[in-house]
Design a protein around this ligand. Structure first.
Ligand SMILES: Nc1ncnc2c1ncn2[C@@H]1O[C@H](COP(=O)(O)OP(=O)(O)OP(=O)(O)O)[C@@H](O)[C@H]1O
Ligand SMILES: [Mg+2]
Length: 288
């Protein structure tokens, strides 16, 4: 990762120039806000490439802890590419590369010293199509990650599986059939198993790429309710094409276009009084 990138402090340079021009000018300084915690995840000048095609053109975005951040924008604008960069999956695509920084709790996850496996443990992922491991039982799907981390004790695993399934609001529906195949469940249930599988790794951040687009309205509402409850324990990023969903569940929304963030703000502002005309056109359904 490049170390020559501009940091956020450089954005303050206009203020510094003012103070150089005239020492007597009173500069209004922003009041320090104590209640706002630092960003859990800071994305700085992140670029992603597929061969020579630049899919992300320098993304800057802060994701706050214990919040839900929605990524919206038309097809092909780079939402999936960005979340795949955020858990070091992007680079697994042949010919793909990334440049810039993605800082998790102060650690640049692209630093050469950082092991991508650690990142995948700390940043969980839920995909568009529920993808439980097809040959495994419900129990084994959820226990898979902890087992890979070396946990063998049955009691410990039982505890993790129950806690994760409860956390994904599906324990009551599956507790009597833990040994049966996860494929025997409905799509909405399978997606909650996938969320349980992500939770079992005790991640800091959970990235969800259109997690309800394959679900019926009732399962969608269940998963939305679940995501809303989960934010007290996790930091969540969700990609969605469903404007109502973004408006219903997210705290912050980023609107993407052609590999760039056009606007990023509180969700209610994005959906009521966005600054950029392109955001307004998109959220009101005039294009995309
Ligand atoms: N494996 C790939 N190889 C080459 N180009 C790719 C690959 N995956 C994505 N792209 C390109 O990168 C750009 C961003 O794609 P991405 O999948 O991130 O968009 P998206 O916003 O998630 O779209 P959608 O809403 O349709 O899921 C697009 O131009 C796409 O064609
Ligand atoms: Mg996508």
């Amino acid at each position: 990762m490049s170390r020559t990138l501009k940091g956020p402090e450089e954005e303050l340079s206009p203020t510094l120039q003012v103070s150089k021009v005239s020492e007597s000018v009173e500069i209004e300084r922003p009041t320090e806000v104590k209640d706002i915690p630092p960003a859990k995840l800071s994305i700085r000048n992140l670029e992603a490439w597929f061969g020579t095609k630049r899919a992300l053109k320098g993304i800057n975005l802060d994701v706050r802890e214990n919040s839900i951040t929605a990524f919206i924008g038309p097809s092909g604008c780079g939402k999936t590419t960005l979340i795949r960069c955020l858990n070091r999956m992007h680079e697994m695509t042949p010919g793909a590369s990334a440049k810039g920084q993605a800082i998790l709790d102060g650690m640049d996850m692209y630093d050469a010293k950082v092991d991508p496996v650690t990142i995948k443990r700390r940043i969980g992922m839920v995909f568009q199509k529920p993808n439980p491991f097809p040959t495994m039982s419900i129990y084994d799907n959820v226990a898979y990650g902890p087992r890979m981390q070396g946990i063998k004790n049955k009691k410990t695993l039982d505890g993790i599986v129950e806690e994760s399934l409860r956390g994904a609001a599906i324990w009551d529906e599956v507790k009597d059939r833990l040994k049966s195949s996860a494929l025997g469940l409905s799509g909405g249930q399978q997606q909650r198993i996938c969320i349980a599988r992500a939770i079992a790794m005790k991640p800091d951040v959970i990235l969800m790429d259109e997690p309800t687009s394959a679900l019926d309205p009732i399962s969608t509402l269940k998963v939305e309710e679940l995501i809303t409850q989960m934010k007290k324990d996790y930091t969540i990023v969700i990609v969605t094409h469903n404007m109502q969903q973004a408006a219903r569940i997210s705290d912050k929304t980023a609107f993407f276009l052609n590999g760039e963030v056009v606007e990023y703000d509180d969700t209610n502002i994005i959906f009521s009084t966005p600054t950029d005309q392109r955001t307004e056109d998109y959220v009101t359904g005039r294009f995309g």
